[in-house]
Design a protein around this ligand. Structure first.
Ligand SMILES: [Zn+2]
Length: 479
């Protein structure tokens, strides 16, 4: 007995040694910092330009309501006035009706081109704003208005960066394409899709693209002191499914025990019982693995020893909706349909469930999940809408290194991680064409800013505009 106890004790000490050893060895991968000079930028001028850009009501209306073409054309005309040097140096082609696509010729035609893209359409106004959403007011260190953050601020910043570079006599080595798309907020079927068609028609291969989809996150992951530049290498897909339960119709004074509605209710409960399988693998693993070494001791012990603690970590990360969405395909029942009168039993009742597909899943794996969860007859499953998750771009190549080095040069001590964009962007389309696609808006974004995206009092700080222009200048100078 004593001998057994002794063996168990030794095994336990051995285990602690392994855990300790792994934790000590678990360090940030300190890539060699490249010495990059960051140019001075007069951010007041950028703020003025953004203020004007906001005043064009380039609104994408959901549900097919048409926008105002005149506003789009006026915006395009204004670009030439606001960015005269950029407009002179780059050839402009209008694709998809209202999407300017610029070509900035490089000195070395053997290198494959890259694409910088952003959208200038905005979502409609909701809620009570404290400022006029269309005036582009500059006050309290911010530019206020619809689209300031999402994403006329970025568009103005990269156009201004190019304008300054051209004025200084700079010409890139590789060809650079610059797109300003017209309909990202309603799916990109006109803008980003036309950009890709143009590349296809002209046999232009794009090495990598850069668009929105993440930020320099500040105070968002509480266990890390530093800001996190999450340069996202993939984005989730979208799928909506209608699940219909059937039952006998009739008058509600003579109901059967099981009705279409009660069958549907059971189906929803069954569907919600288990999440879609997921966890710390592929893109989700690289995100947390890069962040782990910067966390507190307790977290470091866990992340350094995923061979032992992975199940615990996955449980902890799944408990919060924000981190859970990084690990798996999420599902959300959103709309219900049943009888049209309160005293009529419907023959059918339906629920719409919206899935956001993790790159490891596809239409079939999601359908398999639904079927494995719902154990009932008289249920129909219909896929209404699906666009798969993007491919996962490389994060150990020159492009990612350049994007990271530029972020460290401009934002100082930031932790750069390859992340996953939870929503959909134009990059979903670009990633099907370009070799790699990256999603990163070079501005500091705090937890409170989430409410500003598509929300009221949308604004961007003048300091962020300065950083964004500096980032694009540093990035483009290295290309
Ligand atoms: Zn956007």
């Amino acid at each position: 007995m004593k001998r057994i106890l002794k063996l168990v004790g030794l095994a336990f000490i051995g285990l602690l040694c392994i855990i300790g050893f792994n934790t000590v060895r678990y360090k940030p991968n300190n890539t060699q910092r490249v010495d990059i000079t960051v140019p001075d930028v007069n951010a007041e001028i950028v703020a003025q330009k953004l203020s004007t850009a906001i005043q064009f009501k380039t609104i994408s209306h959901p549900f097919g309501e048409p926008g105002r073409p005149a506003a789009y054309q006026e915006f395009i005309d204004w670009l030439e006035i606001a960015f005269p040097n950029a407009s002179r140096a780059m050839d402009q082609t209008i694709v998809g009706g209202f999407t300017p696509l610029y070509h900035w010729k490089g000195t070395d035609s053997t290198q494959s081109p890259i694409l910088i893209s952003g959208h200038y359409d905005v979502v409609p106004i909701e809620g009570d704003w404290s400022r006029d959403p269309w005036a582009g007011e500059i006050s309290d260190g911010y530019v206020w208005g619809r689209g300031a953050l999402d994403m006329k601020g970025s568009v103005v910043s990269y156009m201004h960066a190019i304008d300054l570079l051209v004025a200084s006599g700079f010409q890139p080595q590789r060809d650079i394409y610059v797109a300003i798309t017209q309909d990202e907020e309603i799916g990109g079927a006109g803008g980003a899709a036309a950009v890709i068609s143009y590349f296809q028609d002209n046999q232009i291969e794009i090495d990598w693209s850069l668009d929105e989809g993440s930020f320099v996150l500040s105070d968002i992951i509480s266990s890390i002191d530093a800001d996190i530049a999450s340069i996202n290498v993939a984005e989730k897909g979208y799928m909506t499914v209608r699940i219909t339960a059937r039952g006998q119709g009739g008058h509600s004074s003579l109901p059967h025990r099981d009705t279409a509605v009660s069958n549907l209710a059971k189906a929803i409960v069954q569907l919600q019982e288990e999440p879609v399988a997921g966890g710390l693998t592929d893109v989700s693993a690289s995100f947390f693995d890069t962040l782990g070494p910067h966390m507190g001791l307790a977290e470091r012990v866990l992340f350094a020893n995923t061979w032992l603690f992975k199940p615990i970590l996955e449980r902890v990360l799944s408990a919060q909706n924000t981190t859970d969405a990084m690990l798996r395909t999420t599902k959300a029942p959103t709309m219900l349909e049943g009888s049209e009168a309160e005293n009529v039993l419907p023959q059918e009742a339906s629920v719409f469930v919206n899935f956001r597909l993790h790159p490891r899943d596809n239409e079939q794996t999601v359908l398999n999940h639904i079927k494995s969860q719902i154990h009932q007859d008289h249920i129909d499953i219909e896929v209404l809408d699906v666009s798969g998750a993007s491919s996962v771009s490389a994060h150990t190549n020159d492009a990612f290194e350049r994007l990271s080095a530029s972020a460290q040069a401009v934002f100082g001590d930031v932790v750069v991680v390859p992340g996953l964009t939870i929503g959909g962007t134009d990059s979903g389309r670009y990633s099907k064409y370009a070799k790699n696609s990256y999603r990163f808006m070079p501005i500091v974004f705090k937890a409170d800013d989430i409410a500003l995206l598509h929300g009221k009092d949308e604004r961007i700080s003048i300091e962020n505009l300065r950083k964004a222009v500096q980032y694009y200048m540093v990035l483009l100078r290295g290309l």
